[in-house]
Design a protein. Sequence first.
Length: 151
Amino acid sequence: MRLKINVLGDDHGAVAVALLPYVKLPTAQSGLGNGKVEGGLILPISFSAPGGFTVIVMPEGDYLKDTADSGYHTAFDFLINVSHALDKRWTFYTEAFTTQSFQARDKPFYTLDEALTCALTANLQLDFGGNFSLNGVAPRAQLYAGLSQRF
């Protein structure tokens, strides 16, 4: 569960800032997931850049279950995303992403992510993309396609 709290701006402003606190509840059947409550806070900041580009920076702090024992640890994610509309329907994104876990055995990972979206309606879009490891810790390549619906 997460809640989006707009702090500044909206969908059409030059700058937008939001707070997204979230909690993950253990709802999966036995053998799926880790069975623990986890949570964190995401701070997306979006601003218009020259030439029709949009830049998003998004720090995230997480409180996560340890993989080897019953404890918890903190983790920090950060991304920088640059997007540009190609026309009224198609938008291209490129993004640099990192996860830094403060669990002793975890190594940081870095990815370069590319995506293309196609707006089918004002609230429905197709997503195509890939995430590519920059340091060999994350999977070398993860390709995806999806359908996103805004409610």
